[in-house]
Design a protein around this ligand. Structure first.
Ligand SMILES: Cc1ncc(C[n+]2csc(CCOP(=O)(O)OP(=O)(O)O)c2C)c(N)n1
Ligand SMILES: [Mg+2]
Length: 377
C-alpha cells in the first residue's frame, strides 16, 4: 500500500523541511582577507621593543644557523639540510610563543624552531647527520622528533594535546607543517579530530610556495590554505610569514585561545623558501631567479631591521651584537660538528622495536659476526 492508497489520504504532502541554518556561525572562522601584517603598518606602534630586539637577535642567529648547516652539508659533515632561510620569522615566532610545558611538533624543515626553543644545535642536527634516530630526548625538551613523513606529526600533536586536556595539564601543542603537507590525509584527520575534541593545539602551515618542485597552484584549489580551517570548524588566520611581529601576535593569540579551552586554530603563514628544497635539490629547474629576487625585499630580517631602526629601537651596536652572537654560535657549531662522532654500529638495532623481530635479530647477529671478524683481522 502506498501512502496515496492509505484510508483517508488524498495525496502525499510532505511536511515542509525544518528551517536550515549553519550549526555554527562561519564568519568568525574565516581567514583575514589578506595576510595580516604589523611591520610597516600603524600596528607596529604597539609592539614591545624588548621583545622585538630579542626576536631580531633570534632571526639573525637563525639566518646564520641556516647558512652554517648548509655549509656543513658541503663539507660532508651533514647528510642533508632542509634550510629555512627566508622562513626564519615563522621558525623563531613558533618557538617564542611556547611556554616551558608546551610541546613543539616540527617537520624536517623546522630544525631552527627546535634550536630557538633551546635545543642544542648539534643535537638538532644529529638525525640529519645520520647518526642516531632523533638526537635528543623529546620528553626532556618537549620537542617531538623532526618528522620527515609529511604531516604525520599533526595527529601526534592532537593526541598529545587531547591527552593533556583529559589529564587537566596546562599544555598546548604547536604543530608545524608545509603547504604540501596539507594535501595529506593526516592533515585532514588531525584537524578534524582537533576541532571535534576542541584540543589545545595550534596548526602552523608554512606556505613557502613549493612542495619540492610542486607549486601551490598545483597543490590546492582552495582560496587560501587558511580557508581550510572553516570546513573543520576552527578559526583560520592568514599571516605574513615574514613579519615576525605579526607571526608572534597571531600565534600568541591562538596559543591563548587553545589554553583557555577555546580549541584549535589553523594559521597559514605566507612565506618563501629562498634556498633549494635541500642541498640535494636544484631549484633552478622549476623556478626563475626573478621570483626569488622579488622576495629579497620582503626578507624577515630586512623588514624588522627597517622598522626597529626607523623607530630608534635598534642602532649599529645592536646590529653588531646580534651578528657577533650569531658568529659565536656558528663557530661553536662548526667546531663540534667537525669532530668525528664515536658510534656503535650495533645501535642500529636498539630502540627500534620493544621486541625485535626475527628478521632484525638475524641481521643483528650477522652484523655482530662481521664486526667481530673484522676486529680479528
Ligand atoms: C608521506 C610523504 N610523502 C612524500 C614525501 C616526500 N617529500 C619530502 S618533502 C616533500 C615536499 C613537502 O613540501 P611542503 O609540505 O610544502 O614542505 P616544505 O618542504 O616546502 O617545507 C615531499 C613530497 C614524504 N617525505 N612523506
Ligand atoms: Mg612548501
Amino acid at each position: 500500500m502506498t501512502i496515496q492508497e492509505m484510508p483517508g489520504s488524498t495525496a502525499y504532502r510532505p511536511s515542509p523541511p525544518p528551517a536550515w541554518k549553519p550549526r555554527t556561525d562561519p564568519a568568525p572562522l574565516l581567514p583575514d582577507p589578506e595576510p595580516y601584517r604589523v611591520l610597516g603598518t600603524g600596528a607596529a606602534a604597539r609592539v614591545d621593543p624588548a621583545l622585538m630586539r630579542t626576536l631580531y637577535a633570534e632571526l639573525v642567529r637563525g639566518r646564520r644557523y641556516n647558512a652554517q648547516a648548509t655549509a656543513l652539508t658541503r663539507q660532508g659533515r651533514l647528510a642533508v639540510y632542509p634550510s629555512s632561510t627566508g622562513q626564519e620569522a615563522c621558525e623563531v615566532a613558533a618557538a617564542a610563543v611556547l611556554k616551558e610545558q608546551d610541546w613543539l611538533f616540527p617537520s624536517y624543515r623546522d630544525t631552527l624552531a627546535a634550536v630557538a626553543r633551546g635545543l642544542d644545535p648539534v643535537q638538532a642536527l644529529t638525525l640529519l647527520r645520520g647518526d642516531w634516530h632523533t638526537g635528543y630526548d623529546p620528553r626532556e625538551v618537549r620537542i617531538a622528533p623532526l618528522c620527515t613523513p609529511l604531516a604525520t606529526q599533526l595527529p601526534h600533536a592532537v593526541g598529545l594535546a587531547h591527552a593533556a586536556r583529559l589529564k587537566g595539564d596546562d599544555v598546548v601543542a604547536l604543530a608545524m607543517v608545509g603547504d604540501g603537507g596539507t594535501s595529506e590525509g593526516d592533515f585532514h584527520e588531525a584537524l578534524n579530530f582537533a576541532a571535534v575534541w576542541r584540543a589545545p593545539v595550534v596548526f602552523l602551515v608554512q606556505n613557502n610556495g613549493f612542495a619540492i618542485s610542486v607549486p601551490l597552484a598545483k597543490q590546492t584549489a582552495a582560496p587560501s590554505l587558511a580557508h581550510k580551517a572553516v570546513g573543520y570548524g576552527m578559526p583560520g588566520r592568514l599571516v605574513d610569514g615574514n613579519d615576525v611581529a605579526a607571526m608572534h601576535e597571531v600565534l600568541t593569540e591562538a596559543m591563548e585561545r587553545a589554553r583557555r579551552g577555546g580549541g584549535p586554530t589553523l594559521v597559514e603563514a605566507v612565506t618563501y623558501r629562498m634556498e633549494a628544497h635541500t642541498n640535494a635539490d636544484d631549484a633552478t629547474r622549476y623556478r626563475v631567479d626573478a621570483e626569488v629576487e622579488a622576495w629579497r625585499d620582503h626578507d624577515p630580517i630586512v623588514l624588522l631591521e627597517r622598522e626597529l631602526t626607523e623607530r630608534g629601537m635598534l642602532d649599529d651596536d645592536g646590529v653588531r651584537e646580534a651578528r657577533e652572537a650569531a658568529e659565536a654560535m656558528a663557530a661553536d657549531l662548526r667546531a663540534r660538528m667537525n669532530t668525528d662522532p664515536v658510534l656503535d654500529p650495533m645501535d642500529l638495532f636498539a630502540q627500534v622495536y620493544t621486541e625485535k623481530t626475527a628478521q632484525l635479530c638475524e641481521q643483528e647477529a650477522q652484523l655482530r659476526a662481521e664486526l667481530e671478524a673484522e676486529a680479528e683481522r
